[in-house]
Design a protein around this ligand. Structure first.
Ligand SMILES: [Ca+2]
Ligand SMILES: [Ca+2]
Length: 448
C-alpha cells in the first residue's frame, strides 16, 4: 500500500488512443461473404445485370492508416459486363470527396471507354481509369466524356493505392471540376495543394446533383481490379481521412476535473463541446492513496449528458495541438466526459468517454471503514444525515454483490456494521452505501 501521493486528494489519469471519424455519406468495406454478388448487398446493377456479376472478393485490401484497412473483404471487377452502383445522400452545390483503395491485377492497354470507377450514371462523371504499359500502370481521370488525362505509367500492378476523387459541384453550367489524388502510402492530414490529375472540366453535361458511386467492368477482358474501403464525404476528413484525436484523459484534484486531449491533425474543425454526465457518487476510503480502480460498476443512477464548455478548434492544421479544460462539477461524484467534435459545416462526432471521480475534502465521514487494509473483519461506520432508507452492500471487483449488511429505514445518527469476510480471498472489495439518491463507494482491501 505504499507509494501514496500525500496532499493530493484523489488523482488518476486515463489516456488511450482514440480516433474521431467525421460523418461520412457512404462507407463501404465489403464486409460480406466472399463469392456473393454485390447486388445482394445494397448495390444495384445499372448495366448488363447478372452477366458476369461483380462479386465479393477475399481477402480485403489493407492500407496502413486507412480506417477500413483489413476490414471485411473487397469487390472484384474482372472482365466485362455487369456494372453496379451504390447511392449516397444526394449532394448539390458541394465539394464531394470519394476515396477508395484499388489493387490493379491487370488492365487494358487501350484508353477509350475503359474507366472502372465513376460517380452517377446519367451522365457518368468523375471517371477513373487505369491503363497498363508493359508491367506498369497509369491512372487516368476524365470529368465527363471529353477524353481522359493520364499519369505516367509509374504505378505497380498488384499493389494497393489510395485514390481520392474530388468533385466540385457548382450550380450553373461549365463550372464543375474534378481532381484525382493517388497515394501509395500514408494519408495526408490535409488536402495537398496540387492534385495528381486535374482539375478537369467537362464540355459535356454537368449533373444536377451527385448521388452514387459506380464500379464499372470496362469494355476490356483484360481489366481486373480489386476495390475496397470506399468512403464518400463532403470534406477531406470525411473521405476516410480523419481528424485524429490521439489522447483524451482526465485527472481530478480538489473537486476539479482537468481534461486533456491532443489532436495529431485537424481538418475543418470548428471545435469541441465538452459534455458531462454524472454516473454516481464516489468516495474513496483511503483519501490520498493510490488511484482507485474502476472495475466496479454497480447499478449507479445515470444522468443525462449536458454541455459544460466549448474549446475552439484550429480549423485545419497538420500540426499536433494540445487542449485542456477544467470542469468543477460542484459536488463530489463519479462523472463521465466526452468530446463532441464539430466540423465547420456542423457535422459532429463524439469521442469515447473518460471517467473521473471528483471529491472534495472533509467529505469522507459519511462512510468510513476500519481497519483498512483488514484481515478478516472490517467495521463500516455510516453517518445518516436524514431519515430514510439506507442500504449497505459489499461487492467484489467484478461488481457482484456478495453481502447485504443493511437495508432498512434509519433515523439520523451513526451506525456501525462489521463485515466478516469469511473465507473470501485476499483482494479489493467495495462497500456501496445508498442514502436515498446519494451513493458512497468505499474500497477496502482484504489481506490475509
Ligand atoms: Ca474491406
Ligand atoms: Ca455546374
Amino acid at each position: 500500500m505504499g507509494g501514496f501521493m500525500r496532499g493530493v486528494v484523489f488523482c488518476f489519469f486515463l489516456s488511450f488512443p482514440s480516433i474521431i471519424h467525421s460523418q461520412t455519406l457512404l462507407s463501404e468495406d465489403f464486409d460480406y461473404p466472399a463469392g456473393e454478388s454485390l447486388t445482394s448487398h445494397g448495390w444495384t446493377a445499372y448495366g448488363a445485370a447478372g452477366i458476369n456479376p461483380v462479386l465479393v472478393h477475399s481477402p480485403g485490401l489493407e492500407y496502413p492508416g486507412h480506417p477500413g484497412s483489413g476490414v471485411g473483404n473487397a469487390a472484384r471487377l474482372s472482365g466485362m459486363d455487369e456494372d453496379v452502383q451504390r447511392t449516397f445522400p444526394m449532394q448539390s452545390d458541394k465539394t464531394v470527396y470519394v476515396s477508395f483503395l484499388v489493387n490493379v491485377q491487370n488492365a487494358t492497354t487501350g484508353t477509350v471507354d475503359k474507366h472502372f470507377f465513376h460517380l452517377n450514371t446519367s451522365p457518368q462523371i468523375g471517371r477513373v481509369y487505369a491503363r497498363r504499359t508493359s508491367g506498369a500502370i497509369a491512372f487516368g481521370l476524365e470529368h465527363g466524356a471529353e477524353g481522359p488525362v493520364f499519369t505516367d505509367a509509374i504505378y505497380a500492378m498488384n499493389a494497393v493505392y489510395l485514390i481520392v476523387l474530388r468533385y466540385d459541384h457548382v450550380s450553373g453550367a461549365g463550372n464543375d471540376a474534378v481532381r484525382l489524388y493517388v497515394f501509395e502510402s500514408g494519408i495526408p492530414p490535409v488536402e495537398p495543394a496540387v492534385s495528381t490529375l486535374g482539375p478537369s472540366r467537362t464540355t459535356g453535361t454537368e449533373p444536377s446533383s451527385l448521388s452514387s458511386v459506380s464500379l464499372r467492368q470496362a469494355n476490356s477482358p483484360d481489366n481486373d481490379f480489386i476495390i475496397d474501403g470506399i468512403r464518400v464525404g463532403t470534406s477531406w476528413s470525411e473521405a476516410g481521412l480523419p481528424v485524429e484525436l490521439s489522447h483524451f484523459g482526465a485527472a481530478t484534484k480538489s473537486g476539479a476535473v482537468e481534461l486533456r486531449w491532443r489532436t495529431e491533425s485537424e481538418v475543418a474543425n470548428y471545435g469541441f463541446e465538452i459534455e458531462r454526465r454524472c454516473i454516481g457518487k464516489v468516495e474513496n476510503c483511503n483519501k490520498g492513496n493510490e488511484a482507485s480502480t474502476h472495475s466496479i460498476v454497480p447499478s449507479f443512477p445515470y444522468s443525462n449528458w449536458g454541455t459544460v464548455g466549448f474549446m475552439q478548434g484550429a480549423g485545419t492544421t497538420s500540426l499536433p495541438r494540445e487542449y485542456s479544460f477544467t470542469d468543477k462539477p460542484g459536488e463530489p461524484g463519479r462523472y463521465a466526459y466526452r468530446l463532441k467534435q464539430i466540423d465547420l459545416d456542423g457535422t459532429f462526432t463524439w469521442s469515447r468517454e473518460v471517467i473521473a471521480d471528483s471529491e472534495i475534502e472533509n467529505d469522507g465521514d459519511v462512510v468510513s471503514c476500519y481497519p483498512n487494509p483488514f484481515n478478516g473483519i472490517v467495521m463500516f461506520s455510516l453517518r445518516v444525515m436524514e431519515p430514510g432508507r439506507v442500504t449497505l452492500k459489499v461487492y467484489d471487483v467484478t461488481g457482484k454483490s456478495i453481502a447485504t449488511l443493511l437495508d432498512e429505514e434509519k433515523l439520523p445518527g451513526t451506525y456501525r456494521f462489521p463485515w466478516d469476510s469469511g473465507d473470501r480471498t485476499s483482494g479489493v472489495y467495495y462497500s456501496v452505501a445508498r442514502f436515498g439518491e446519494r451513493i458512497a463507494v468505499r474500497k477496502v482491501v482484504l489481506v490475509r
